[in-house]
Design a protein around this ligand. Sequence first.
Ligand code: SF4
Ligand code: SF4
Length: 159
Amino acid sequence: MNSFTKYFSDLFNGIHSLITGLKVTGSYFVRPKEIVTQQYPENRATLKMFERFKGELTMPHNNLNEHDCTACGICEMNCPNGSIEIISKFDVIDGKKKKVLDKYIYHLGMCTFCGLCVKTCPSDAIIFGQGFEHATFERTTLNKQLNKPGSVLKKEVKE
Ligand code: SF4
Ligand code: SF4
């Protein structure tokens, strides 16, 4: 392809991609009811993020203050930037010494929300919550303990 042909080929490709982009904008212009702009923060009370949204790592507990985390450390090993610290301890359960979770520390300020921890957890003990308002004056407030005080492992979860 000589430089003259290449010039016109690039020009037409550019115009084609411009028109493709404008088609999307134009379609919303003629259908204003479908505009999805959120009135944030006025709609804070009713705002619900979409299901896949990764707000922050959380550890669900049931109403008996039990969680599914066996303190295996797989999420900690898979986290690419050290945002998770599993602190375990040994408890005597049914006459046997067993490793249990003491503190699940999550450094939200370092998390890139890659999702590897959630994906690799064999017990589905952690999920991404919907919270996203993390602005703070103190970085230390971004270090969170995910297991609630006094919480224990669910009896039915295999270690
Ligand atoms: S989402 Fe990624 S970066 Fe954040 S804690 Fe999990 S593995 Fe680490
Ligand atoms: S959250 Fe899952 S992967 Fe991480 S320590 Fe607990 S059980 Fe293991």
